[in-house]
Design a protein around this ligand. Structure first.
Ligand code: UD1
Length: 415
């Protein structure tokens, strides 16, 4: 089993290049199932999750070829609209194939994702939305079977602006008969890029980037190419590592996607310089304690909550962090406590009392972002931290230890 070993306390300095966004590429890869043909996607991060999605595309009948962060997909021979449990259980985003496959084949079977480290994470909005579009659903042996002779446009209101449900239903609706309106939908940049890709494929979508999408069904789609946007969560993770300990420049970012994060970082006393596609950050002599509440975009992302908690663990007084998107996403806290952080949790709120110093210890990754918070905490801690179960981090961060090594960290991966 691989481990990441960090000798903390070394000041970070230098520049790092941010990879393409995991949460943008996964639905776009699924969207290539909507019609036959050859697609080319660039700036694709080499992650466990992108590899899992390639495996899934291969299983349904696509041909994929991945080299130097470019992914070619030929979906001409897709003939098996089924996503098996083995893949869906390792990556919930596999559920994204539901919308495109029912759109193309009128039939799809996808294993129902189970629970997850962040709580129950239901998919009821995806399923209710598909029913509204006219699909008949059946649950058998843990699989959702959805069938529709024809999908018909409908008005769908989301109780909560779900990223996954917005993407899935947009893909299901692009070729439905008539008009679909998605109300209270997610407007995360990754969903915006998915819509832009669908439009390149010939879809007719209005309201992209807003909380109401109007999708007028078209008869045919065609293949398209796209370059994936930079990963704002990876960028935010590096910025927080810099905030904790050093002066670094984060390249290949879209600063507009990180406004709430950079504003909060300024509140902690960090010095930031924001340019067209880079952000430089220097840690302050003492990190101010700043409360933070996660929210849907353009709010502070829940995917950076764990890293913010790590940052606040070394701040000068007390702060409160609330996650309004996931109510049980605190598996990093017992591990941060092993490094000496002083944090109490009540429901979806963490109460953090900053400590002067964290001290290295063996800890365990529990999910992608929890692992990232442990890495940045360990880099700022004194002594040695060994992080086990690093396969979680490999799901969402490309070559993370190499990138930190390039910033002067003492970090190695050990088999
Ligand atoms: C996506 C991201 C994940 C991020 C999350 C929130 C991907 C691959 N993953 O996950 O990194 O943390 O957005 O920004 O893009 N909900 C329901 N019923 C549903 C769907 C969602 O109740 O059918 C609830 C969820 O339990 C959660 C909230 O809605 O409380 C938001 O979830 P959602 O936006 O759907 O997250 P994902 O798309 O799974």
């Amino acid at each position: 089993m691989e481990k990441i070993i960090i000798k903390g306390g070394k000041e970070l300095s230098g520049e790092v290049v941010i990879s393409g966004a995991k949460n943008a590429v996964l639905p776009i890869m699924a969207a290539t199932l909507l019609c036959p043909g050859k697609f080319s996607i660039s700036n694709v991060p080499d992650l466990k999750d992108t590899r899992t999605m390639m495996k899934l595309l291969d299983i349904v009948g696509s041909e994929t070829s991945f080299k130097n962060n470019s992914l070619d997909i030929d979906s001409s021979n897709v003939n098996n609209p089924e996503a098996p449990y083995d893949l869906v259980k390792t990556m919930r985003a596999s559920f994204y194939v539901l919308g495109p496959l029912i759109s193309r084949f009128g039939r799809v079977q996808v294993s129902l994702p189970g629970g997850c480290a962040w709580g129950p994470r239901p998919v009821d909005y995806h399923l209710k939305g598909l029913e509204k579009l006219g699909a008949k659903l059946d649950l058998k042996n843990g699989n959702i079977l959805a069938v529709a002779d024809e999908l018909i446009g409908a008005d769908i209101h989301f109780e909560f602006p779900s990223v996954g449900a917005t993407g899935n239903l947009a893909m299901a609706a692009v070729c439905a008969k008539g008009t679909t309106r998605l109300y209270n939908c997610a407007k995360e940049p990754e969903i915006t890029q998915l819509c832009e890709f669908l439009i390149k494929m010939g879809a007719n979508i209005e309201g992209v980037g807003t909380d109401m999408l109007t999708i007028i069904g078209v008869a045919d789609l065609h293949p398209a190419n796209i370059r994936i946007i930079p990963d704002r969560v990876e960028a935010g993770t590096f910025l927080m590592a810099g905030a904790l300990n050093g002066t670094i420049k984060v390249n290949n970012v879209i600063p507009g996607h990180l406004k709430r994060v950079t504003n909060k970082l300024k509140d902690t006393g960090c010095t930031l310089q924001i340019d067209k596609d880079s952000i430089s950050i220097s840690s302050p002599s003492s990190i101010k304690s700043v409360d933070m509440t996660t929210a849907v975009y353009p709010g502070f992302p829940t995917d950076l909550q764990a890293q913010w908690v790590a940052l606040m663990s070394l701040s000068e007084s007390s702060s409160i962090v609330t996650d309004t998107v996931y109510h049980d996403r605190f598996s990093h806290i017992p591990e941060l406590s092993r490094l000496g952080a002083n944090i109490k949790v009540d429901k979806n709120t963490a109460f953090i009392r900053g400590v002067k110093q964290l001290v290295g210890a063996p800890v365990m990754s529990t999910d992608i972002r929890a692992s990232a918070s442990l890495i940045i905490a360990a880099l700022a801690a004194s002594g040695k931290t060994e992080i086990s179960r690093v396969y979680h981090i490999d799901r969402g961060y490309e070559k993370i230890e190499k990138k930190f090594l390039g910033l002067g960290a003492e970090i190695i991966r050990q088999s």
